[in-house]
Structure formats: C-alpha cells, structure tokens
Design a protein around this ligand. Structure first.
Ligand code: 9MR
Length: 479
C-alpha cells in the first residue's frame, strides 16, 4: 500500500544536544517549578508510561498485527507504553474491504493485546483518502455520504467503549491549507468532516473525536487552515474534541512554534496529542545526530507538558527495525527511541528525563569517586532505606534496570544506593539520580526532586548499561 506523501523537509541542521549536567538540570527544574508554583511529579518513574502518568499524560506506540508475534517487541511495548494505535488494522481497507462486508479481526487482536496489558487504544482511522479500498471510489458520488456514515457507524459501534479516541478524519489537508479533493470532499464538500464527526459521536458518545494530520505541528498555512476549520466546527456544535499532530520530524527540525501551536488549539477547548512521532536521520546516523534526536524528543515532550490540554505523546512504532521510515524515505532511518536491537537511544533517555524533570537534558554524569562499599542486598529492617534492582529490558551487549528505593519505618531526607558490578558492566545513562563511579563500584544519590520519602514511601531510578544484565546486591543509606 502506497504511503501518504510526506514531503521531505529541506535544510536539516546538525545541532548538538544541550549539555547541562543532570544534577544541575534537575535542580534548575525544581527551583523553576517551585518559583512558579508548578507541581513536580510526586515520584519520578523509570518507564515512559509511569513517568507520563505521573504528569497526567499517556505515552503510546503504534503496533501492527505482525508486531504481536514478536515477543521482544511486545514485551518492550507493554513495559513502556500505556496507549496503542493500530498501525493499519482499523483502516478502511482492513475493516470494510468490500461494500457492507466488515472484518474487525485484526483490529480486535490489537485491542485485546492492549486490554490485556492495561493499555488504552487510539482508534485509527475512520475516514482517510489513503488505504481506501477501490470500491469506495467507484461508488456514485450521491451515495458516498451514506457509504461513509455506514462505515463510521459500523466501525465505531463495534469498538464502542473500547477506544479512548478516534482519528475520525485523517490527513484532510494539502500543504497549502486547501482540503484534499478526495472522494469525500467531491461528494459533500467540506461538510464531510462535520458529517463524519457527527456519525462517530452518535455511535460512540464517549470517544474523543480527532482530526489528525501531518505538517501541522508548527504554525503554517496548513495548521492555520485547520485552526479556522476547528473554530468553525466548534461554533456549529460539531463534536470535535481533539487535534492530532502526527509529528513525523526530520532530526533538528522540530518547529519552534510547536508549543504555541498546541496552545492555540487548546485555547479553543480542544485536546491536543502528538499521535505519530518519529524523527528521521540521514543514514548512517552519527552520535551528534542521535544526541540532536534526543533534544528533539525532549522538546516535543516538554511542549506537551507545557500545554495542559496536551493529553499524551505516541511514537509511530517501537524500534528502528520496524519503522516505516526507511521504506518511504530512502536514505533516512533511525527515527525511533530504540535501535533495531531494541537498545534505548539518547531519545529514550531524553523523553524520560523530560517527563521526570521537565527538562530534556541528560540527568546523569559520571565522575570518579573513592567510596566503594560492601554489598548486603538490603538495609536492616527498620533501617533508613532499602533498595531493590530489576532488569526491565536487555539486548545484545546491554540492558536497562530499574532500582526502587524504599524508606524504612521513618521518613528519609536524601538517599544513597551503592553496588559493585560483578562482570565489568558500565552505566551508559542514568535518570532520577546522580551517579559516581569508581572502578566497578557505583554510588547513586537521589536527584533534587526525589530524595524526600515519607515512611514506607518509594522512589525509582533507572539506567541503561553495557555488558550482561546483572542484579548485584545493593546497599541503601540515608545521610
Ligand atoms: O505505518 C503505516 C504503514 O504500515 C502503511 O504502509 C502506511 C500506508 O499509508 O500507513 C502508515 O501509517 C500512517 C498513518 O496511518 C497515518 N499517518 C502516516 C503514517 C505513516 O505513513
């Protein structure tokens, strides 16, 4: 199936990620939050979904039915994401391949995967010029409205109560802000959009109804046209609830007006969501481009966090090995937060740090220390704190761990966790704490925002490391 034409954006830049040391960045974020009265997350977390939930957001991914057969990919998706968009399975060609004959089998499989992992679903998509079976364009124009409404009603009724939202109308605009002259427009003019939204609302009154498009992330002719349409639809009482910003970016080219653009739609009373983010890099990607990609992801997450009606961010896929980008943009790739070996990239750490601290700067720095320690697995019962470690992901040559620090029977104000690596492991990136390393000994202290724990309360920090996954004995102390 031919993908939509996403014009390549010229003039890519090769910037560098911001280089604030993590402790300083976290401290600045905390001070800024305190100064303006913003709430910091009650507890910074170590997965995208937990960190997003702590900020009242979701973090999603797109999955196809083919992906469901890949255990590594689905385990990672279930660990990190709490929202799923079916990549292809709810599109018209999949659900009504011939007139009046509906097939929801593949979409249902995505829904049941999501439900069994506590994830919600963004329905995608009811009306779109692409992945539209040929029979639709063969229908007489005076029958298109009833064909469209029947499709919407049948599909949205089938998934009633099972989807959080619907991309009711997908990619309706040309780049110059005119509406595409597709079969729906030819039959109904611009009214097809209101008709589609009304039909979807009648079928599933609780689903959030979206118009979704690409190249509308910044303020430009296309987003201006959508903004005018949204104003007009709302003034007519049409059930439009949100705007989906697909966000298929080129590295270094996240528009500077992203947040302002989100905010103007939010100010109309609409939700906004980043629905399909990826950030493609000319291949081969070098390390400065991967750092810039991290800055890009951080910028997008921070924009979403800054706009209270931005409900969440979804990446279009999980790892570089399954992304649509190389097939559609030859010469580009590496657009995801995980590489093709499922190893998290700087973009993952940047997104997580942005969620946890309001900054996309890295939160860890390595510096030598001379305080190796003994390693009982826990402090004594009733002691200041205890710490436990688990492996949350691993790949060839590396792994990701989460450490939970729990206060004992009294509150703690500051904590220090120490361990010794058994087999030459080295931390590559750490969040929600500050580390110092001496040979095989690691010391991690709390970040500025997660050191104070009530009796029995816990905080987590996480890291990625090189080497074989290991769960060394930890000590925890409160200074
Ligand atoms: O990821 C989808 C890919 O498998 C399909 O071949 C392609 C066909 O159009 O659609 C892709 O998903 C698109 C999404 O539905 C709408 N926005 C752009 C996405 C990437 O092309």
């Amino acid at each position: 199936m031919k993908p939509p034409n996403h014009p390549k954006q010229p003039g890519r830049s090769r910037g560098r990620a911001r280089g604030l040391a993590g402790g300083l960045a976290a401290a600045l974020a905390a001070v800024t939050a305190a100064a303006v009265g913003l709430a910091m997350p009650a507890q910074a977390a170590s997965t995208l979904k937990a960190s997003a939930e702590a900020r009242g957001r979701y973090f999603g991914t797109a999955l196809t039915r083919g992906d469901l057969g890949n255990g590594t990919l689905t385990n990672l998706a279930a660990a990190e994401f709490d929202m799923v968009t079916p990549g292809n399975e709810m599109k018209w060609d999949a659900t009504e391949p011939s007139r009046g004959s509906f097939n929801f089998g593949s979409g249902d499989q995505i829904v049941s995967f999501a439900q069994s992992h506590g994830m919600r679903v963004r329905g995608h998509t009811l009306v779109w010029h692409a992945q539209l079976p040929a029979w639709v364009t063969g229908v007489q124009l005076n029958q298109i409205q009833s064909v469209m409404e029947n499709h919407i009603t049948t599909e949205a009724t089938h998934y009633k109560g099972k989807v959080y939202s619907w991309d009711v109308v997908n990619e309706p605009y040309n780049e110059d802000g005119t509406l595409r002259q597709d079969v729906f427009y030819k039959a109904m003019g611009a009214n097809y959009i209101a008709n589609a939204l009304r039909a979807a609302h009648a079928a599933d009154p609780n689903a959030k109804l979206y118009i979704n498009d690409y190249n509308i992330e910044g303020i430009n002719a296309k987003s201006n046209a959508l903004y005018s349409l949204a104003q007009s639809l709302l003034s007519q009482g049409v059930p439009l609830h949100g705007i989906g910003l697909e966000s298929h970016f080129v590295v270094g080219q996240v528009p500077s007006s992203l947040q302002a653009n989100m905010q103007r739609f939010a100010d109309l009373g609409l939700d906004v969501a980043v629905t399909e983010i990826d950030d493609r890099i000319p291949m081969p990607a070098d390390s400065s481009e991967l750092q810039q990609q991290g800055a890009d992801y951080g910028k997008v997450v921070n924009a979403c966090l800054a706009v209270s009606r931005c409900v969440g961010v979804s990446q279009w896929g999980v790892d570089d090995g399954h992304s649509w980008i190389p097939g559609t943009f030859p010469g580009y790739g590496a657009a995801m937060m995980w590489d093709s070996g499922y190893k998290p990239k700087p973009a993952y750490t940047a997104a997580l740090n942005a969620l946890n601290s309001g900054t996309s700067s890295p939160s860890a720095s390595s510096s030598p220390s001379s305080s190796p320690s003994a390693s009982p697995s826990r402090s004594p019962i009733g002691g200041a704190c205890s710490a436990t470690i688990k492996t949350v992901n691993s790949w060839g040559g590396g792994f990701q761990s989460e450490v939970t620090v729990q206060a004992g029977s009294a509150p703690v104000n500051g904590w220090t966790v120490k361990w010794t690596w058994p087999g030459g492991q080295t931390i590559s990136s750490l969040w929600n704490g500050t580390q110092s390393v001496s040979g095989s000994s690691v010391t991690v202290r709390n970040a500025s925002y997660n050191g104070s724990l009530a009796a029995g309360a816990s905080a987590t920090f996480g890291f990625t490391a090189n080497g074989s996954a290991a769960t060394p004995a930890l000590t925890c102390a409160s200074p």
